[in-house]
Structures are given as C-alpha cells and as structure tokens.
Ligand binder design. Sequence first.
Ligand code: IVH
Length: 685
Amino acid sequence: MQQDLFAANTREQADHTDWRERAAWLATEINRHNHAYYVLDAPTIPDAEYDRLFGELLALEAAHSELVTPASPTQRVGAAPLAEFAQITHSVPMLSLANAFGDDDVIAFDRRAGEGLQLELVEYNAELKFDGLAINLRYEDGILMQAATRGDGETGEDVTANIRTVRAIPLRLSTAHPPKVLEVRGEVLMFRADFDRMNARQREAGQKEFANPRNAAAGSLRQLDPRITAQRPLRFFAYGIGALEGVDTPQTHAGMLDWFASLGIPVCSERAVVPGAEGLLEFFRQIGAKRDRLPYDIDGVVYKVNSLAQQQALGFVTRAPRFAIAHKFPAQEALTVVQDIEVQVGRTGAITPVARLAPVFVGGVTVTNATLHNEDEIRRKDIRIGDTVIVRRAGDVIPEVVAHVPEMRPQDAREFSMPSVCPVCGSPIVKPEDEAIARCSGGWVRCAAQRKAGLQHFASRKAMDIEGLGDQLIEQLVDKNLVATAADLYRLELPALAGLDRMADKSAQNVLNALEQSKSTTLARFLYSLGIRHVGESTAKTLASHFGRLEALTKATVEELQTVPDVGPVVAQSIRQYLSDPLSLSMIEQLRSAGIVWAEGEPVFASPQPLQGKTFVLTGALPTLTREHATEMIETAGGKVAGSVSKKTHFVVSGHEAGSKLAKAQALGITILDEAAFLELLKQS
Ligand code: IVH
C-alpha cells in the first residue's frame, strides 16, 4: 500500500539507481526539515507532508534493505532496549569549568588570563551555560558513529542509540568534505514548553512527572529503551570540540561554533565576542535581564578565551581549563524543610495552600513561603509537613514547591487537610466538583482577607498604580476599618493616614498625592483594577478597545461579550455577572464620583483592528520610543508583541545594537522596520 503511494508520487522508476536516488533525496529533504524545525525554529512544511515523506522513505527501505544506513532519518525511531550502557573511554578527556560567583571572580579570571598571555586586553567568546547534560558526539567521515555522556570525564556511557533519536542532532554532517574525525561537545537539554507538554502527557498517562527540564533531559537520555527516548523532546547545543582529524583546526572558538552551525549542528545564537572583563560583565547583565524569556533553562554564562592558540597557551589547572570560567547565576532551586502548610485567601476567595519553609537562600533572596497552588497539586506531588522539598524561585515568579525528596521523608510527616471554614472570616469553604480551587464563600463583605487582596490588586502597578499604598498599609487600613472598598481609599484624609504605624505626615501626604494622581487613568486599567474574575490585563485591554466606553460594556449581553477576541463563555459570564451585581455597579459609580476619569474612545466593536493578527518582535534600542511604549502602540492597534523571532513573525522593529533577533529576521526574510518606518506603518493603518 505504501509502495503504491510511492509509485504514485514518482515518475516511472524501474532500475535500482532510481530507488537509490529517490531514497537519498528523501533523506536529504527530511533532514532539511528536521533542521528547520528543531534548530532554526522555523518549520518549512506541514506535519502531514513531513509524515508523507517519512512514510515513503520507510516503505522504500522496507523493500530494499540495503538502503537502511545508520545515517538514515528513519533510524531515529529507537532501536531495541539495552541491558546496560557500555562504557566508553573519551579520546580527549571531558573537563569541567571553574565557577565565578560575582564580578570580582570574573575580574580576577580576566587578570590571570591577561597575565598568562601577556596581553593588555583579552578577547573572549561569551556564551550560555546550559542546564542539561554534557555529551560527546563522534562523527567519522561525517556520519554520527558514537555518543557518550561525560561520566567522570575520562569514561562515560555509550548512549548512541538514544542520541540517534534526537532530531536536532544531525546523523550526517552537511558538507561534501567531512573531517575524518570530529568530536562535537555540547549539552542535551529540554526546552521549557516541551517539558511542560511532556509532563502533561506523563500526568495523563498516570506516569511519573519530572521535577524540572534538566532532570527530564537526563532521565530521558539515560533510558535503556531508546524507543522511550524517541518520545522525549530533547534538544542539543554544541559548545566545544574533542578529537579532530583531517581538517585544520579553526582559529577561534567563535569561528568553530560558526563552522559547527554550517555543518548543521545546533549552536545557540545567544553568544558574543567581547573584550576584557568589562565586556564579560556586560554580557552577563544582558543575559540576566532576558534569562526568564529564554525558551530553556540556563544556570549562568561561560566565558572562553576566543583564540584557540591562546587557549592552548594557557592550558589547564587540574581538571579545569585556565582559559574558561562559568559565571553562575544564584541557584534557582534549593532544598529546605516544610515546617507547616497554611492557607491564604485571595481576592476572589480562592484558597491557596502555602508551605511555611525553613528559611533558604534561593534565586538571590531568602525564601520562607512557597505556594502549593491547590489541594490537588499537594496530593499529586505528595507534599507533607516535615518533608524536605525542592523549592524553586525563578526571576520575579512566586517561589514554588517543585517536589519532595522521598528518601528524606521523616516517619512523622503529616498530610495536609483543607480546612472546612475560612481561617480569616469563618465562612464555609466550598469547592465546586469541576474546579480545582476551593473558595471562601464569605465574599469581600464578610471576609477581610478578600478585601485586602482586592485592594492590593486595585493599587498594584498594572492596575491603578498607587505608589506607596503597599500591602502593609492596606493591611492596617482594613484592620482598623478605615477602608473597606476601593472607593473608600479616595475618602482617606491626612490625619487618619498619618496616625498609622510606620507613617508620618510626609509619607501620608505622598500616599494622598499618589491617590490623586491615580485618578486620571485609562479604561483598560480601570477595568483590570476592578478585579473581575477571569479579566486579566490583556482581556481588560481588549474589552476597553472593543467597547471604547464603559457604558457600552455595562450594557453588553453575554452573546455580545463573546464576539470580543479571546472572550469565551466563561469569561463573558463572569463579566456579565460582575456588571449585574448592584454592589459592583455602586462601587463603580462611587469611584467615578471620586474623580476617576479616562478618555473614552470610539467603540470599535466588530470592525477589525488594523494590526489584528500581526506579530511584532522588538530588538535593540529605538531612538525615541521605549519598549513599553512601542508595545502599547502595537497592542492598541490589535497586534501582538513576541519575545523571539520565528517564521510566524510579521515585522521586526529594530533599533540601535540589535542582536541575534535581527540576524534571524534577515535569515528568514521578515520585514524589518526602523522606528520611522514603524511609526509610518501605524499611521497608515
Ligand atoms: S565548556 C573545558 N561550555 O558545564 C570546558 N560547558 O562544568 C568544558 N556546560 O560539564 C565545558 N554550558 O555540561 C562548556 N557553554 C558551555 C556549557 C558548558 C553548559 C556544562 C557542561 C560541563 C559543565 C562544566
């Protein structure tokens, strides 16, 4: 049947050279699409078409077994399980890196390199420190022959069968003149989005979830059954070289990485050649700022002397090179003990269990509390009071408990049970059958915790942005019954405020000024600040630009609300319910009479927004616009702003010192605009 398919798709093919040619062509095509998808992140054909090519090659190989070679893309599906991994002695040892934990360590590293080389200024290649697993890939005459883990640096495990399943890794180098031997070193890792999807699949199948992408990558690679590895979304980035025979060694580390890329080996584009310690520290700052937006985890950056001759001259101390160092970010994960589990009441009454932890330094701060999300999550992760747990704090994200360490569970570890009444107001806690979240049924009228959380949300930066009105102040205002609703905030007077703990006349006056200033706002901010369930910042913006005027929104039916982009039945119902509640309407009225104003726009209703469906990527510094301002302009016109360039990007707005995003956009042929062209586009549309 597949043979019929093949016959239908090709010209008349009688002799064996045609079969061979067709198979070779199919293999090249499939490899090209794999590379586009897994390395360039820019898919070239639909999945179905890929599957068709793949099926055709499989059928050909089934009919002509001599076509099956180790480099054929069909060999990635996973060979038979192994009893154990064979040991492999590395032809060139795989070393590790010394660590730098602060600027001083980096400056000292640069000074030592300069002294060793007798140079005023050393040139470095700065790159990322990927959080995965080190691998050595051995290509002989351009064909992947062997892959080994680092092991103890001298001897590793033979994971060739597993590595073959990793589609980002070429089975054959794309060059007509491959070196006799090339050993590429790099990191096998898992992208965060792939990890999330994989864990969701594991969960559905009732199988063990992984704690983080690194463990998932390591676990997947150390599978004895390559068919399981083949199901796991592994990636690879090259960062070094082992044995090399048959071609001249490149001159620089950066040149070597470029050469790898030209051979079809994945190399990360987040890298730069920089001068001296100052260049290194600037790279560290830039990467630190975008770390959370990278699609994979990194635990630092790595600096390497760029000239390979200079690297040789500097040599090694014990097991680490003198020419390279890892500059680590503060660890984002740490171990600590759960001392208790308590519950917190949110703005909509949502009850969140929170782990009270023995203080632990993680992600650059001391953490004592971490969210456990909800009861189901606690059961799923089987977290008990007394457990030793992995706590994670990434960037500005709220710290969370990732997993418990089974071997460290004490005998008397206690399970958590959800209280039946709200710990703050005593109202019953209810949990609808089909929801994961339990809620306090008191509402803000009865529950002070809901009032406080609602006010904190109202005052927050993305809502009414009332500077100085922090959590502790709100706490006091509610506890002392000075404020119950957002409208009460605007009735506050100086003596009452100044009489509170940690407040003086000046700070009280500042709060009053901030309240006054917050009165002129936008409809989007106002809607967001109301804290309507399911109406986040982005939905609030869409509602504001769709309806233009608050009155139009207030009158909208559930059906009308659902014509707004991204508003489904649940969100529409929630908005309608909020705006039909006399209490909410009276509060909105009170806020408006307190003087809150915004410019009412023209309702756009169903008329399409000019940049609807268009995705922009911003890179580099624009001459006059800030990134936030440009983003707001794009979003107001209905467009979206993405963090990275892909084939789906429509425009790249590029400014001063644009980096790899610009290069990628050029490679993909995406329209690139400078600020003037961008403003012109907005004006025209
Ligand atoms: S170079 C001789 N570069 O970090 C230098 N290593 O402690 C050998 N790693 O085992 C390593 N990203 O798993 C190098 N860009 C990078 C890296 C990197 C991650 C890991 C690697 C190695 C460990 C070194």
